[in-house]
Design a protein around this ligand. Structure first.
Ligand code: HEC
Length: 265
């Protein structure tokens, strides 16, 4: 009877002893410091290894790290060093514009620029409709006269109330969007003579109907009656809707671009 009652206590004590000995084995193992305490350099911390006690090492003079050789500075910056010492924007694409480049530009423009500039680039995007500072109308005289790389520069650094898009768009994409803006500018003031003979001209409305888009898709965007407008347009800041109706400047030409390289066989 007594043995029966003692039994569980004995068993418990035995288990506790096992746990204690396991624990001490682990503690002894935990005291080993070799890997935890190695003389490695932690970023932004000092180091006794170098004479100047800085962990971060300066770049070696006259060398370029792998992947950081940005030889084509126009491609990366959109400006060239002018003779007068100023950086100058150019009306020039750094690589050939193909249909693929334009399609990519259109896709990126529709994602990142239409909220403010609208699909046709008239500056009447949804966010502006709701009270944001009017985004530039890309078809007015000022914008039409700007060199192509100005658009690249604006996307890279932002412009006034417009944030920059350098983290969302790679340099190639920024150039593709710039090229697409030129295509938009042409499309908004295209004339019948611009279309090769034999090609049938369709209105945006017809295109929208063909693609089964909702009625009014090709019309300027309007706010639904339930929409809340944060602030009324500030006339002093310009109203995109008041941009000239037919601003096309015949002096503006499609930018010259390098000839396409021969297709690899
Ligand atoms: C959040 C709204 C917003 C988005 C998104 C936006 N913009 Fe803008 N953009 C503006 C505003 C506002 C201005 C006018 C800036 C000012 O006057 O302060 C502007 C101005 C411009 C200008 C004219 C600069 C000049 O010299 O007059 C260009 C070009 C432009 N944007 C291109 C783009 C492109 C390309 C994109 C997409 C990558 C884009 N924007 C996306 C709001 C936006």
């Amino acid at each position: 009877m007594q043995a029966n009652r003692l039994n569980p206590i004995v068993r418990l004590a035995g288990r506790a002893a096992v746990a204690v000995s396991l624990g001490s084995v682990l503690m002894v193992a935990g005291c080993r410091q070799d890997m935890q305490d190695q003389p490695k350099i932690i970023s932004q911390r000092g180091s006794e290894m170098f004479a100047d006690h800085r962990g971060a090492r300066p770049q070696v003079v006259n060398t370029v790290a792998r992947g950081q050789l940005r030889e084509d500075s126009y491609f990366y910056t959109g400006v060239i060093q002018g003779a007068n010492g100023y950086r100058e924007e150019q009306n020039l694409m750094p690589f050939p514009v193909t249909l693929e480049v334009l399609k990519r530009g259109q896709e990126r423009f529709n994602i990142y620029c239409t909220p403010c500039h609208s699909r046709v680039g008239n500056g009447l995007g949804e966010i502006v409709e709701r009270g944001y500072k009017p985004a530039a109308n890309l078809h007015d005289q000022v914008r039409l006269a700007q060199p192509l790389s100005h658009y690249y520069y604006v996307m890279t650094h932002g412009y006034g109330a417009m944030p920059d898009y350098s983290s969302q768009l790679t340099p190639v994409d920024r150039w593709a969007v710039a090229a697409y803006i030129r295509a938009l500018q042409l499309s908004q003031s295209a004339k019948q003579e611009d279309v090769p003979s034999g090609e049938q001209l369709k209105s945006l409305k017809e295109v929208a109907a063909e693609q089964h888009l909702p009625e009014g898709f090709a019309e300027p965007w309007a706010l639904p009656s339930t929409a809340v407008q944060a602030y009324p347009h500030d006339a002093k800041q310009g109203t995109p809707a008041l941009a000239p109706a037919n601003p096309a400047d015949p002096a503006i030409k499609i930018p010259a671009s390098k000839p396409a390289p021969a297709a690899a066989k």
